[in-house]
Design a protein around this ligand. Structure first.
Ligand SMILES: CC(C)(COP(=O)(O)OP(=O)(O)OC[C@H]1O[C@@H](n2cnc3c(N)ncnc32)[C@H](O)[C@@H]1OP(=O)(O)O)[C@@H](O)C(=O)NCCC(=O)NCCS
Length: 154
């Protein structure tokens, strides 16, 4: 319990980017899929500078960044885009605290009624986590993607 009290949550800062990018290397779905890179480090930096309809929180223990979550609100509903906790800091309540803070932030926005998210069918840990946070099953579907620019052949 004492350790849970040491987890602090704040809004993301530009100085967090290097860690966020590093986490993306461990968890490709953070900023891209297996075949696509949705955000380069530069793109992510630009994105963080113009956050608008976003709730982008990070968790710290002491000075160390240990987790992040990002969601985007669209009038009545919130799409929870990303959640990641550093491997060495899992099962200590970091994701739960991020989630609770996100819900608190949502309550300050008028009109938000629902949170939706997608989780890979084989991501047992995350599914257990979301269930514990009260999420129920919605749709089952395939991720599809298409390039908007011609890719260089390597
Ligand atoms: C899923 C993830 C965010 C959970 O983060 P976490 O900080 O370890 O989660 P918490 O400690 O807050 O866990 C809260 C509860 O969720 C459930 N849970 C979390 N991780 C679990 C696991 N590996 N196995 C079973 N249950 C788990 C438990 O009920 C847990 O409560 P308990 O520890 O009291 O039993 C983390 O495993 C992670 O970053 N995974 C890789 C990235 C990812 O898959 N993100 C989700 C993309 S959709």
């Amino acid at each position: 319990m004492r350790e849970r009290n040491r987890i602090s949550i704040r809004s993301v800062r530009a100085s967090d980017i290097a860690t966020l990018v590093h986490w993306g290397a461990q968890s490709p779905e953070l900023w891209g899929s297996k075949v696509s890179k949705w955000y380069t480090a530069r793109g992510l930096k630009r994105y963080l500078l113009v956050l608008q309809n976003d709730i982008f929180l990070v968790a710290e223990i002491g000075e160390k960044l240990v987790g992040m979550c990002h969601a985007r609100y669209m009038h009545e509903w919130l799409y929870w885009e990303n959640l990641f906790v550093d491997k060495g800091f899992r099962r200590r309540g970091v994701a739960e605290k991020l989630f609770k803070e996100m819900v608190k932030a949502c309550k300050k926005k008028k009109g938000l009624r629902e949170i939706g998210l997608q989780v890979r069918h084989d991501n047992t840990e995350a599914k257990r986590f979301y269930k514990k946070m009260g999420f129920r099953m919605g749709f089952l579907y395939f991720w599809m993607e298409k390039d908007l620019i011609r890719r260089k052949k390597v």
